[in-house]
Design a protein around this ligand. Structure first.
Ligand code: CAA
Length: 249
């Protein structure tokens, strides 16, 4: 549903595989969108501009591990647009390897971006949302935070931690018009998943009841759903979007 007043959204990891689709879905839902991502992003900026051309989507260079830079971005967006209404934390990396081979740097990198980045942006965004009486925070977690995945102690810990964070913050701001939810995507058609060894990927797809990888748009529509003005009674939830790979009740 198009919001009565245009909402302003920041999407971290906005140039990434899921991030681009999320930016497009929010813009099509009537939001102004700022895609925040590493400057340059491996030459993806030009492709991003082509894919999002004609939509109200800007770009801001941001390293989500930089606490001060996250604060500066939030203040810039609030100054330019009057508010930051929707924050989608989609910045994520993998450094897959078994724990017995994992270097501290691989642990720190994944925890720093995937979980530290959520703290850094939420910490700066949440006061403004609460004082304005409206906010939507959507954290992009992973099925692997629910199940654990071989070779991903760092990633699974960060993604599970993201949902603990989601539930705790949801309670803190529930009476201020701010909802905080997470989405746990399964394996999707993104560079991150396509970079996996093919035989491992094929083995995982074989186990997906729907029988295929997810499409970024299938995650993005769930983000747009949770970010809508009338999603106001959903908070502290984790929505699995995984083709049936992991089911729970
Ligand atoms: N379960 C149990 N045992 C396994 C296993 C599994 N899934 N995979 C491998 N093993 C076994 C191997 O058979 C091998 O056994 P032996 O030593 O007895 O021969 C042992 O574990 C070591 O395996 P490898 O030699 O393959 O270990 P490696 O260090 O070379 O590779 C790895 C490990 C890089 C983590 C590789 O297994 C891998 O890429 N796994 C996939 C990880 C994954 O799913 N990543 C998801 C990325 S996408 C994403 O994260 C997005 C999202 O949110 C869904």
């Amino acid at each position: 549903m198009t919001p009565a007043i245009p909402r302003t959204a920041v999407v971290s990891g906005g140039i990434g595989g899921l991030g681009t689709a999320i930016c497009i879905a929010l813009a099509r839902a009537g939001c102004r969108v700022v895609a925040a991502d590493l400057d340059g992003h491996g030459g993806r900026i030009d492709a991003f501009a082509r894919e999002t051309g004609g939509l109200d989507i800007g770009f801001a260079a941001l390293d989500v591990t930089d606490f001060a830079a996250c604060g500066a971005l939030v203040r810039e967006v609030e100054a330019a647009h009057g508010a930051l209404d929707i924050l989608v934390n989609a910045a994520g990396i993998t450094r897959d390897t078994t724990l017995r081979k994992m270097e501290p740097a691989q642990w720190d990198a994944v925890l720093g971006v995937n979980l530290g980045g959520v703290f850094n942006l939420c910490r700066h965004a949440v006061d403004g949302m609460a004082s304005r009486g409206f906010g939507r925070i959507v954290n992009i977690s992973s099925v692997n935070g629910q199940t654990g995945q071989f070779g991903q102690t760092n990633y699974s810990a960060a993604k599970a931690g993201m949902h603990g964070f989601t539930m705790a913050l949801a309670r803190e701001v529930a009476r201020k018009g701010v909802t905080v939810n997470s989405i746990s995507p399964g394996y999707c058609e993104t560079a991150m998943v396509l970079a996996m060894p093919q035989e491992i990927r094929d083995g995982i797809v074989d186990k997906v009841p729907v029988g295929r990888l997810g499409k970024p748009e299938e995650i993005a529509r769930t983000v747009a759903f949770l970010a809508a003005d009338d999603a106001s009674f959903i908070t502290g939830a984790n929505i699995p979007v995984n083709g049936g790979l992991f089911m729970s009740f």
